[in-house]
Design a protein around this ligand. Sequence first.
Ligand SMILES: [Zn+2]
Length: 274
Amino acid sequence: MLIAIFMMLLALLLPGCIDRAPAVQGNASTLEWLGWSHFRITSGQDKVILINPFIAGNPDSIVKLEDITRADVILVADGHEDEGSSDAIPLAQKTGAKLIGGGFELGSWFIEQGVPASQVIRTNPGGIHRFDGITVRIVNSVHGSGLPEPTANNTYGGPAAGFIITLEDGYTVYFAGSTAATMDMQLWGSAFKPDLAILPLNNNRDPVDVAQMVKLLRTDNQNLNKIIPHHNRVQPPAGATTIDEMEQAINDMVGKGTVTVMRIERGKAIQLTK
Ligand SMILES: [Zn+2]
C-alpha cells in the first residue's frame, strides 16, 4: 500500500519520466520509402507500421535489420522474400509488433518459423484489423505467395494481399503489393476512398496496367491524387519499365494533373496530408 502511494506521488511529480510523452494531437503521419517495396509509416499518434520489410537481400535497402528498433504493426503482402517475408520474422521477434501476412497460411508459416503466435494475426482478404485508431483492411491481390522455405505443414503462403490502411486522422493509404490491375479496385476506390496509392512497378510491368489501377481506384473517389511506385530499383536495369512511362500512361488515362506520381527519395519522410 505504501509503495503504491509512493508510486502515485512519483507519477504526479515526474509525469514525463513515468510514461512516454503522448504524441501531440493532430500531427500528420509520415511515410518513408526504405528501398524496393519496404515502407515505414509513423502515424500521428506515433505508431510505426512497416510494410514489406525486405532488407537483408535487398541491394537498395538503406537500412539494416539492426537499424529497425521499433514497430507496432508489420504487414507482409505475400510469401515472396522480396516482400519481406523472411526479414519480418526477426523484426517481429525483436520489436514485439503484430505481424500480418497476406494469407492465413503465411501467418501459420510465421508461427512455425518462430514468431510468437500471440503476435501473428492470421487473416485473409476481407479481414479488418484495428490498432488503436488505425484500421488495416486486407484486400486481395492478383499475384502468387510462394514461401522462401516451404515446410511440410506450410507449403504455400495462401492468397496474396494488398492493404488499405486508414490512419488516426482518416488519411487512407492503399498499398497494392504486387497485384495486377483488377476490377475489384473500383470497389475499393468507391468504398474506402484512398488518398494515396502505392502501386507496383516491377521491371516488366505494363505501364497501362498501373494506369488502369489509378482509374479504377478513382471510382467515386476524388481523394486519390498521389501515387508512389514501389517494387522498382533505384537505378532501373536496361529495358525496365520506368516511372516516366508509368506517369505518361496515367496521364493518358485519367488526364494530366489529376494525380501526381511522386518520386520520393529513400529515407526521406513525407507528410501524409490531404
Ligand atoms: Zn510477391
